[in-house]
Each structure stands twice: as structure tokens, then as C-alpha cells.
Design a protein. Structure first.
Length: 188
């Protein structure tokens, strides 16, 4: 229930932030004014970028950029300036982006909670395993003995089964390391 409340709270916050972004926009990126003029003033050396809410048919340099720089350029420089500009009309759906971000955050938070659960569970497993642990040197005997050879209390307890699998995996890793680094052979 608490998670559901957090979910709706996150959606409410993102919906409030929706007004800050435009789904449709015209974005023009132009070279510096010094590329078309002989002036090297500080205001002329940086690239120009401007974003507007103009419709797609008006997304061009003449409509978006020239009114902003018209007082700094003469007619011939304006003719050279616009072909160097790149104007793109962008259409995006910020609602979908918001929901994808929310889903990713939820997945990450679920994985973090699961990791914390395993970190808390690990000492409990190791404490119980140390009490019932006996060294097992031949894994072939396990496969020949069959499933009935295990103690019924161990089979019924999920924690013991998980710890047994974990111990078996650790023994396999140790054996693989021994074969690779000491004997220089690989397991099949």
C-alpha cells in the first residue's frame, strides 16, 4: 500500500513538472557571428542556439534566428549566415519519458530492497549452515545416492536448501580455481 502511495506521489510530481517542458519545439543551432563578419568581439565568437515554439513550417533560420541577429549583420552577411544554421523541428512525448523513468526507478528500488534482504539473510544462513556443516569431498556420491538420501528436515527448510546450493556453488568455484591456476586445466 505504501509503495502505491509513493507511485502516485511520483506521478503527481512529474505531472506538475510537465509545464516546464515543451513536447514540440523548433531548435536552431548557428555558427558564431564572427564566421560571417570580420569582427572578433567576445559576443560574436560563441555559437548561437535558440529554441522556439514555432510550427514546423516556420522552423527555419529566417523566422527563428534572423530577428535575433538582424541588428548585428548587414544584408550580405545575413545571406551567408542562414545556410550555416541548422534548424530542426523536434516532437517528443515527455509523458512517455516520465513513465519510463518511473518504471526504471521502481525496478532499481525493488532490486535494492532485494539486495538488502539478501544481505540481512546471509548471516542467518551462514549461522545455521555452520552448525550443520560437514565437509563433502566427493560430489559424485551425491548424484548416485539420489534425492531420498537428504534429511527430511533439510528438504523442508527453504533456508537450508538455499544455503546448501550456495555451499555447492562455492565448492565448485574453489575447484575451478584450483584446476585453472594450479593444474592449468579446465572443467568440462
Amino acid at each position: 500500500m505504501r509503495n502505491l502511495l509513493y507511485f502516485f506521489l511520483a506521478i503527481y510530481i512529474f505531472q506538475g513538472a510537465q509545464a516546464q517542458f515543451d513536447d514540440k519545439r523548433c531548435k536552431c543551432i548557428c555558427p558564431s557571428l564572427s564566421s560571417v563578419t570580420n569582427k572578433t568581439e567576445k559576443s560574436h565568437t560563441s555559437r548561437l542556439m535558440h529554441t522556439t515554439n514555432d510550427p514546423p513550417n516556420k522552423c527555419n533560420c529566417e523566422v527563428v534566428m534572423l530577428p535575433r541577429v538582424a541588428d548585428q549583420l548587414n544584408i550580405t552577411e545575413m545571406k551567408e549566415f542562414c545556410p550555416r544554421c541548422e534548424c530542426k523541428y523536434e516532437n517528443r512525448n515527455t509523458t512517455i519519458i516520465q513513465y519510463v523513468v518511473i518504471i526504471v526507478i521502481w525496478i532499481i528500488s525493488i532490486l535494492v530492497v532485494y539486495m538488502l534482504f539478501l544481505i540481512i539473510l546471509d548471516p542467518l544462513l551462514n549461522k545455521r549452515v555452520r552448525g550443520n556443516y560437514q565437509e563433502h569431498t566427493n560430489e559424485d556420491e551425491d548424484s548416485q545416492a539420489g534425492p531420498m538420501s537428504h534429511n527430511m528436515t533439510v528438504r523442508g527448510n527453504v533456508l537450508n536448501r538455499v544455503s546448501n546450493q550456495q555451499d555447492k556453488w562455492k565448492r565448485q568455484v574453489i575447484e575451478q580455481r584450483r584446476n585453472i591456476y594450479d593444474r592449468h586445466t579446465m572443467l568440462n
